[in-house]
Design a protein around this ligand. Sequence first.
Ligand SMILES: *Cc1c(COP(=O)(O)O)cnc(C)c1O
Length: 367
Amino acid sequence: MTNNHVTVLEIDAKALAHNLNYFKQKLQPTTKILAVVKAFGYGSDGVKVAQFLQDKVDYFAVAYAHEGIALREANVKTPILVLHPQIPNLQSIVDYKLEPNLYNFKIFDAFLTLADEIPLMNYPVHIKFNTGLNRLGFWHNDIPKIIESLHKTNHVKVQSLFSHLAASEDLEEKEFTINQLNNFAYIAKQFYKHLDYEPMLHILNTSGVVNYAKAQFDMVRVGIGLYGFGNDDKETAELKNTHNLKSIISQIHLIEPGETVGYNRAFVAKRHSKTATIPVGHADGLSRKLGNKNGYVLINNQKAKIIGNVCMDMIMVDVTKIDCKEGDEVIIFNNQEMLNHISKVSETIVYETLTAISQRVKKMLKK
Ligand SMILES: *Cc1c(COP(=O)(O)O)cnc(C)c1O
């Protein structure tokens, strides 16, 4: 069924390319780039983003197996790291040539058993170490047991060793981060001593590249930066916004003083007012916190405040002073300032604002 819902998220391909190049120029030419396209490409369209980036990056990462399967089904051939695989997905990970992160002995042993049964030959796997985030990953004292198992098999081959920083954007946590980086380097050294090959190493996410580029090792994993945010105003200013959410005015109402708008009659008109109804609501990813004049949209380049409560499928905005008509274009956001404002009012971070954009919204890659 075609989605004729007129609310569209345009993904700006030129901005994606710009952002990718911005990070490339911060790195050594030999450092590989992994583009993180999990959660539908941070709320856009992971498949469309990956199809556009596939000849420009070395790797993709997704969180879950089914996200990787979607990329393979769209004919994306680039290596894909599955950051958070689960044991029931291991067979499909192999079927779709996805590369699992093995983060504890339960999944490590399960994958080695599977690799043995099939049997696989030198199948690429990635081993994650916990260096302080305490989310996923082996501890450094697990190394001897991992090495012992690896020495007994040629069914898998460790493609990379990696870890993840807990506070790379926060320079007040610099000491903690440097400790994580040193831990990781130490783990890699221990690991290398016992293998006759050297898996790639990677630990930096977007803010890691911004703040600790020296620790780029063999590859970096860039997510939010590709989508225009550097977790720092100065960096964000160098990046371009990729997510542009647009809609139209469905209907305009002229209301009298004392009349109310929306559920719970939350907006009460103090004067003769003109309101516009727009087909985007909390089910599309707009927080209810944006209601009651906390959020705004742009109509014919002017700010129109959201009045009353955000509905599931609609918002109403005040266009009393704006020259506009039914069918006119509405910008929900099309720059970083608007997205930062929405995030602030929604009491969250831009990661959540982007990934909240729901599957109902049509996505288009604009080249
Ligand atoms: C999501 C994620 C990233 C990307 O982080 P950004 O801050 O968006 O660049 C990198 N590595 C891992 C393990 C992740 O889960």
